[in-house]
Design a protein around this ligand. Structure first.
Ligand SMILES: CC(C)(COP(=O)(O)OP(=O)(O)OC[C@H]1O[C@@H](n2cnc3c(N)ncnc32)[C@H](O)[C@@H]1OP(=O)(O)O)[C@@H](O)C(=O)NCCC(=O)NCCS
Length: 107
């Protein structure tokens, strides 16, 4: 999680970017990802974050559903870009932090 390394790339105060999240394949679908995200979000909010942004590859439909289930909303699609020798489009998602927590808010 990064708060503000470069004003050119990350222009908005309070907007934090989540780079990548991965849960052990054997533990998926049990609420671990939701719980980790909730903890990270609370940690960021306590340090001034008002919005969380992240990107998911368009082909990663399971991860897209995960983020949408946590209240993330698409704000744009970009690409295609080449990543690992394949062409991908990227969905950029945002969640505004209003004080409501992930736990219970989108179930
Ligand atoms: C995406 C990932 C982090 C989710 O972690 P997880 O522990 O499996 O997710 P949870 O069990 O906490 O799921 C939370 C909610 O997300 C949704 N969800 C999660 N995986 C889903 C899937 N495969 N299909 C549909 N919905 C899904 C569900 O609505 C779930 O809500 P529920 O508790 O009411 O069922 C995990 O699947 C993962 O590590 N994937 C591989 C790496 C990856 O793609 N990371 C994201 C890159 S942007």
């Amino acid at each position: 999680m990064q708060s503000r390394p470069s004003s050119a790339i990350y222009p908005r105060d309070g907007t934090w970017y989540l780079g990548f999240m991965i849960v052990d394949a054997a533990q998926r679908g049990r609420g671990v990802g939701r719980s980790i995200y909730s903890t990270v979000e609370s940690w960021a909010a306590a340090r001034g974050a008002t919005e969380i942004r992240l990107a998911v590859l368009e082909a990663n439909e399971a991860a897209e559903r995960f983020w949408r289930s946590l209240g993330f909303i698409e704000y744009r699609r970009v690409g295609p870009d080449t990543f690992k020798m394949r062409s991908h489009r990227r969905i950029e998602l945002s969640r505004r932090l209003s004080g409501a927590t992930v736990e219970g808010s989108n179930k």
